[in-house]
Design a protein around this ligand. Structure first.
Ligand SMILES: *Cc1c(COP(=O)(O)O)cnc(C)c1O
Length: 352
């Protein structure tokens, strides 16, 4: 049998992951056989995880952050909902979470696993409509979620208003910046712990952070929030654990630190400037061809391309994803260059 090869990134326009930074790749390999889930045994990777959380705190402007490196944005979102649900114990036995309709499907998993009701607020211009969200919040609301860099259109919700809504109801406010977190520091958007009274946040090193998979991030403003997750661990040297997984990847932890040490802030800034200019150029190119384009706010372009054209370029090896509304969706990740997009447009034009 032929040996399987990983896909080549040359024609991947659909992914929120990318090739890891060389330093992140090397660090991941060095720490492959470590388990930060057992910090009493694997002390050096446990120290690296504290370093990772501290660096993430710099990115999101939070001093003394609490948190850990998760398996991805999904685990971080599930855990944030779990923190909020546990914190509200005694206050409600019928908890609900209010999310914008643009929220990632990981919140559907969270609601299912944690047995909380998910309430979806409609959007205005691709962002959470705060009046509509306000109508959904009630005394059983345990968490309100804002998205900073939505998965489909890269939009940023009005976080300050959503935070007020949450806190007025006695609920926690969570920001999902799984993808956008390493781009937003270089924009004027309000999204982080200094911009609003955010309680918890998801930010993934394995997306725009250029770390190896699996490396997500859960951050909390204070340790007592994270403590809502603690369970006893009788046969480990440490006495309690807040993570959802037990054994987990030290590779993700080490590569997160290596990527952030190499790239924060100048490398990420340069990449954001490059990718944003490229996304705007690509949006203009599609627009000039008569396709309806959703203006990019972050390096992510959605455009209404005929389904037969998308099928034709897919046959040529291009990987393009779709929005729920059916637009073609292009994520301008670090591996996507102007040459890549020029060659995509040439194939698109030929197919048309
Ligand atoms: C990708 C993404 C997630 C899920 O993260 P995984 O690492 O795939 O589990 C959650 N929220 C947003 C906004 C995302 O873009």
């Amino acid at each position: 049998m032929q040996r399987a090869e990983p896909q080549d990134f040359a024609r991947v326009l659909s992914s929120m992951c990318t090739e890891p930074h060389p330093a992140a790749r090397a660090a991941a390999e060095r720490f492959l056989a470590t388990n930060p889930g057992d910090p009493g045994t694997y002390e050096s990777v446990a120290a690296l995880e504290r370093e990772a959380v501290s660096l993430l705190g710099e990115v999101v402007r939070l001093d003394d952050p609490a948190g850990y490196v998760t398996s991805g944005g999904t685990e971080a979102n599930v855990q944030a909902v779990r923190i909020a649900r546990n914190r509200a114990r005694g206050r409600t036995d019928d908890p609900n979470v209010v999310v914008p309709e643009s929220a990632h499907f990981s919140f559907t998993k969270a609601a299912d696993v944690l047995d909380v009701e998910l309430r979806r607020a409609p959007l205005t211009d691709y962002r959470a409509d705060t009046d509509a969200a306000a109508e959904l919040v009630d005394s059983d609301t345990v968490c309100v979620v804002g998205v900073a860099g939505s998965t489909e259109y890269g939009r940023v919700d009005p976080v300050a208003t959503l935070a007020d809504l949450a806190h007025d109801a006695g609920a926690l406010f969570h920001v999902d910046a799984a993808w956008g977190g390493f781009a937003l520091p270089f924009t004027d958007h309000a999204w982080d712990f200094a911009d609003a009274p955010v309680d918890t946040m998801t930010i993934d090193p394995h997306k725009l952070g250029q770390a190896a998979v699996p490396a997500g991030g859960l951050l909390a403003r204070s340790p007592d929030l994270l403590e809502e997750l603690a369970i006893d661990t009788p046969y480990l040297e440490s006495t309690s654990q807040v993570t959802l997984t037990g054994t987990r990847s030290g590779a993700g932890v080490a590569s997160s630190v290596a990527a952030m040490e190499a790239l924060w802030p100048d490398g990420y800034r340069a990449e954001f400037d490059r990718a944003m200019a490229l996304a705007e150029w690509f949006a203009d190119e599609l627009d000039a061809r008569g396709y309806a384009v959703v203006d990019p706010v972050l390096p992510l372009v959605a455009a209404d391309l005929p389904a037969d054209l998308v099928a034709a370029v897919r046959d040529l090896g291009w990987r393009v994803s779709k929005t729920g509304a059916g637009e073609a969706r292009f994520v301008v990740m670090p591996h996507v260059t102007r040459g890549t997009l020029r060659s995509f447009l040439a194939d698109l034009d030929a197919a048309a």
